[in-house]
Design a protein around this ligand. Structure first.
Ligand code: ADP
Length: 181
C-alpha cells in the first residue's frame, strides 16, 4: 500500500487543462469519441489530428463499434499537447440524478485512474467531467471526484499525483471545500 500522505498527491489548480504538463489529461468526451464542444473541442484543437486518428481506430475495433459507453475510458497519445496521453471518458448526462448518474460519474473517475495505473502514469489531470454541457451539478460532481480520487490513491501507487483543473472560480471553490474536508 502506498504510504504517502494523500494531501501531497492531490492538487488543485485553475486554468486550461490543455496546458498541463502531466503524463495524461482526462477528456470529458462524448460516446462518439470523434470530438465535440467544451473541453473535448479544446483538447482536439490543441492536440491536433493525431488524437482524432487514434480515436477513429478505437471506434473501428469491435468493442467500440457503437461508441464508448458512459462510465468507461480509453487512452490515446497526446499529440501536440504537453501531456503525453489523453484518457477519454464519457460522463453521464444529468437527468435529475435518479438515473444512475452518480454511479456512472464515479466510474468515469475510477476507470480513468485505473488506466493511468495500468500504464504507470505518474501524473493525471481531471476536468470537471459532465459539469458543462452534460449539466451535472458542480457541487455534487466535485464531491464524487474528490471521493473517488482519494479512495483510488489510498490503494494504488500510480498515478502518483492527481490534479483537479477547475475552469472557473466557482468550481475552484467547490474543490477547495471538498479537499478541506
Ligand atoms: P461535459 O459534456 O462532460 O459536461 P464539457 O466540456 O461541456 O463536458 O464541460 C466539462 C467541464 O470542463 C466544465 O466544467 C467546463 O467548464 C470545463 N472546461 C471547459 N473547457 C475547459 C478547459 N480548456 N480546461 C479545463 N476545463 C474546461
Amino acid at each position: 500500500m502506498p504510504s504517502t500522505d494523500l494531501s501531497t498527491r492531490i492538487m488543485l489548480l485553475q486554468g486550461d487543462i490543455t496546458r498541463q504538463h502531466v503524463s495524461a489529461i482526462v477528456n470529458a468526451a462524448n460516446s462518439s469519441l470523434l470530438g465535440g464542444g467544451g473541453v473535448d473541442g479544446a483538447i482536439h484543437r490543441a492536440g491536433g489530428p493525431a488524437i482524432l486518428e487514434e480515436c477513429r481506430l478505437i471506434r473501428a475495433s469491435p468493442d467500440y463499434r457503437n461508441g464508448l459507453p458512459a462510465g468507461q475510458a480509453v487512452i490515446t497519445a497526446g499529440g501536440k499537447l504537453p501531456a503525453a496521453h489523453v484518457i477519454h471518458t464519457v460522463g453521464p448526462v444529468w437527468n435529475g440524478g435518479h438515473h444512475g448518474e452518480p454511479a456512472l460519474l464515479a466510474s468515469c473517475y475510477r476507470n480513468s485512474l485505473r488506466l493511468a495505473a495500468e500504464h504507470r502514469l505518474t501524473s493525471l489531470a481531471f476536468p470537471g467531467i459532465s459539469t458543462g454541457i452534460y449539466g451535472y451539478p458542480k457541487p455534487e460532481a466535485a464531491k464524487i471526484a474528490v471521493r473517488e480520487v482519494r479512495r483510488f490513491l489510498a490503494e494504488h501507487e500510480y498515478p502518483e499525483t492527481v490534479v483537479f483543473v477547475a475552469f472557473d472560480d466557482a468550481s475552484r471553490r467547490l474543490y477547495e471545500q471538498e479537499l478541506s474536508r
